[in-house]
Design a protein around this ligand. Structure first.
Ligand code: XIL
Length: 334
């Protein structure tokens, strides 16, 4: 290349590229979270409780604003396998059917977790627990194959200091259980993206670094892991100075990253600012494929500090506007 000014053909191409840019950005600013996220190839989802879908304001808000759902509880071990080997998919199926009828995507949450296990599994030891874990993963992932685009295969297996959580799975099965869970999930549903999901990973810290090291090891040895979920249960004013850099270092390992359970305790501009930082961060990381908030409305949040985007009366909060604007401002496509 030389420093000569662009010739006529090149000038024409530049002019038409500029025109295309002019016509695609502000003119198409979307007016819902899902549509706006979709403009960069992302999703914007909400955790859903099936028994709320009969409330019209709940259902209407969910259908209008979001393009992805995750079952808040209905796909967990206690709900899907109340007795050994006896699966019950009614709650999960209700949510899947509702979402698919509206053209929405479904995330799967969660195959293996220390919490919300059925009581029969909590007492198992050794190979009985191993067989139960693998049988559970296989049964649930087989059933939802083709319905969920991603699974939280393992949830919350690390402590703040980066050590393994001393759950029944860890104590009975040893360090290899996470790898085993991913391999079993991959065999049961080869097409769903398989995620590790945790909280307290909102920056570069001991816990996120331990997970990073695990993911790096899995990638180097060909253990099937495709994505990392960052729950992001936050409060207004939390220090998020390395939030984006943390997402990026995981993405650089060759996995997608997703914000999976976002909620922010607080109100007004402080709450909005924290939501905006998280959304801006996802938009700035091309492998950040989407955001899920942990509920539709403050009215039914699992927290009591009004952490969501719609208030008790389904009115849009300041945080909603901050998120929508951030999504519309673009960031990288994914
Ligand atoms: C929560 C649900 O929101 C509650 O309804 C339930 O009683 C407990 O679990 N991390 C997770 C989610 O991965 O599954 C949890 O969901 C919130 C914390």
């Amino acid at each position: 290349m030389t420093d000569r000014p662009p010739n006529r053909g090149m000038r024409r191409r530049i002019a038409s590229a500029v025109a295309a840019l002019t016509f695609t950005s502000p003119a198409q600013a979307a007016t819902t979270l899902g549509a706006s996220a979709a403009e960069s190839g992302r999703y914007f989802g909400a955790a859903v409780a099936g028994n709320r879908l009969s409330e019209s304001a709940y259902a209407n808000t969910l259908a209008a604003e979001f393009n992805s759902v995750v079952a808040e509880n209905a796909m967990k071990w206690d709900a899907t396998e109340p007795n050994p080997g006896q699966f019950n998919f009614s709650g999960g199926d209700q949510i899947v059917n509702w979402a698919q009828a509206r053209g929405m995507k479904v995330r799967g949450h969660t195959l293996v977790w220390h919490a919300q296990q059925p009581s029969w599994a909590q007492g198992l030891t050794g190979n009985n627990l191993r067989n139960a874990m693998n049988n559970h993963i296989t049964g649930v992932a087989n059933h939802y194959e083709g319905d969920v685009f991603a699974w939280d295969v393992v949830n919350e297996a690390f402590e703040w200091d980066g050590s393994r959580r001393q759950s029944n799975l860890q104590i009975q099965l040893g360090n290899g259980w996470i790898e085993e869970a991913f391999r079993t999930a991959d065999a049961a549903d080869p097409s769903a993206r398989l995620c590790y999901n945790d909280y307290g990973t909102d920056g570069i810290n001991a816990k996120s670094t331990a997970i990073y090291n695990m993911v790096r090891d899995f990638r180097s040895r060909g253990v099937p892991i495709d994505c990392v979920g960052f729950q992001s249960h936050l409060s207004a004013g939390d220090n998020l100075s390395s939030y984006q850099a943390n997402l990026q270092r995981f993405a650089d390992l060759g996995v997608d990253v997703e914000i999976t359970e976002l909620d922010v305790g607080g109100s007004g501009s402080g709450q909005a600012a924290t939501f905006k930082t998280v959304t801006d961060s996802c938009m700035a990381v091309s492998r950040c494929t989407g955001i899920t908030v942990w509920g539709v409305t403050d009215k039914y949040s699992w927290r009591n500090d009004d952490p969501l985007l719609f208030d008790d009366n389904y009115q849009k909060k300041q945080a909603y506007t901050a998120v929508l604007n951030s999504l519309n401002e673009g960031g990288g496509t994914c």
